[in-house]
Design a protein around this ligand. Structure first.
Ligand SMILES: O=C(O)CCC(=O)C(=O)O
Ligand SMILES: [Fe+2]
Length: 246
């Protein structure tokens, strides 16, 4: 198994549109990307997720890319990966690919950060920030009934942790994502899914990326990962953790 070459440059050239997205993301810690997936892709992901859920009957399915080849394109889906690379740099690795199915009647999630490390808005003297960004592809239109994804814009740089439970923040924002959009958010952003008070399941695929030198949650040892690491592009190899050590 071959290790991919390191890219020559860390920062890609940005179009004016992407440069604006990066500036917005840096300030607020989230971004809604329109037209991230097509109608045909939404349909295909819904079928794949329904089949996966039927098989596993679990709220969370980890290592999603191993479950069904219809999920595979999410790994390097251009509208999202381009923005991940614009923000994190070209050395990007998958942290995890997960589906989450929220059944009717499920209660509010608690405020949390996905990243476990402490946060300092200044980074360290050398500039390191825990560069982890999650991306939610919501396959059902989010409504106040089935549960918005609730965020506190700007909280990704707060020096303190989110409160317990799910109290209201004056500046919280309820993102009602539509299928086709991708909601990307800093792993340090305070966020939570709201209760599902509808009669239907609420389905989301969560593709989480990070700088390639951070620790990943995935073992990258399944057949899909192995195949990508053997036959994928250099970018796909790195995404699937092919640079294990220096
Ligand atoms: O369900 C959601 O909208 C958010 C899910 C989430 O934050 C998580 O699984 O860590
Ligand atoms: Fe989360």
């Amino acid at each position: 198994m071959e290790k991919p070459p390191y890219p020559q440059h860390l920062n890609p050239e940005l179009t004016p549109e992407i440069a604006r997205d990066v500036a917005f993301f840096k300030k607020w810690g989230y971004l809604v990307v329109d037209n991230a997936i097509s109608q045909a892709q939404i349909k295909s992901l819904r079928s794949a997720l329904n089949a996966t859920f039927k098989r596993n009957d679990k709220q969370f399915t980890d290592q999603l890319l191993e479950e069904d080849k219809r999920f595979a394109f999410l790994l390097d889906n251009p509208p999202v990966l381009q923005r991940m690379q614009a923000i994190l740099g070209t050395c990007v690795q998958l942290h995890s690919a997960t589906s989450r199915v929220t059944e009717p009647g499920q209660e509010d999630q608690n405020w949390h950060r996905d990243v476990p490390w402490p946060v300092d808005p200044d980074g360290t003297p050398y500039g390191a920030l825990p560069g982890q960004i999650n991306c939610g592809y919501y396959l059902d239109e989010l409504t106040t009934e089935n549960g918005a994804v609730v965020i506190v814009p700007g909280s990704h740089r707060a020096l303190f942790r989110p409160p317990e439970g799910h109290p209201r923040f004056p500046e919280e924002k309820r993102v009602l994502a539509k299928p086709g959009q991708a909601v990307i958010f800093d792993g340090c952003l305070y966020h939570r899914g709201a209760a599902n008070q509808s009669k239907k399941r609420r389905r989301v695929c969560l593709m989480c990326y990070q700088t390639a030198w951070m620790k990943s949650r995935e073992p990258f040892d399944g057949p899909f990962a192995q195949k990508m690491r053997e036959q994928g592009t250099d970018e796909q190899k790195m995404l699937m953790g092919a640079i294990e050590k220096w």
